[in-house]
Design a binder for this molecule. Structure first.
Ligand code: HEC
Length: 126
């Protein structure tokens, strides 16, 4: 193998490793989840917002996200399927009228995936 070919081979190996890492990367609350919640939910689920007024749910900090609504938590760490947070953004709840964001543009599949993975990884404050 010529030196150039060897270098090319090493580089492509590197690329494969990078892709594999991206697949089971740890999702970060601060870097990945918080920006989605701020952009898509902040308008109604922050102090004085109508979603907060009705449900008691604030989505402006990790502590508030974990606290949930006035009825209780919306996240079951490690189990996205059981988490109300995931159910309302996927729109899989029995009542489609509570799909979130309320009346707004639905989250992209990529954003839903980020939130699901974060919950399945234990919904950490990372
Ligand atoms: C345009 C306003 C609005 C936006 C944006 C919004 N919500 Fe809501 N949300 C509401 C209202 C109002 C309620 C009270 C329940 C109802 O009347 O449907 C609510 C309730 C909820 C509940 C409680 C549902 C239950 O069954 O107890 C969750 C969880 C929730 N929102 C999550 C979110 C998430 C996550 C986002 C962002 C992806 C979001 N919301 C964006 C208005 C909004």
């Amino acid at each position: 193998m010529s030196l150039l070919k060897a270098v090319g081979f090493a580089l492509s190996l590197g690329a494969v490793v990078t892709v594999a890492n991206a697949a089971d990367k740890t999702v970060s609350y601060k870097q990945d989840v918080m920006p989605i919640l701020q952009t898509s939910c902040g308008e109604c689920h922050s102090k004085g917002g109508k979603g907060t007024a009705k449900s008691g749910l604030l989505l402006d900090s990790y502590e508030h996200v974990m606290k949930g609504t006035k009825y209780g938590p919306i996240i079951d760490p490690g189990h996205s399927v059981n988490s109300v947070l995931v159910q309302v953004i996927e729109g899989k709840q029995v009542n489609p009228s509570i799909r979130m964001p309320h009346g707004g543009v639905h989250l992209s599949d990529a954003s839903i995936k980020v939130i699901k993975e974060w919950v399945d990884q234990g919904a950490k404050n990372n």
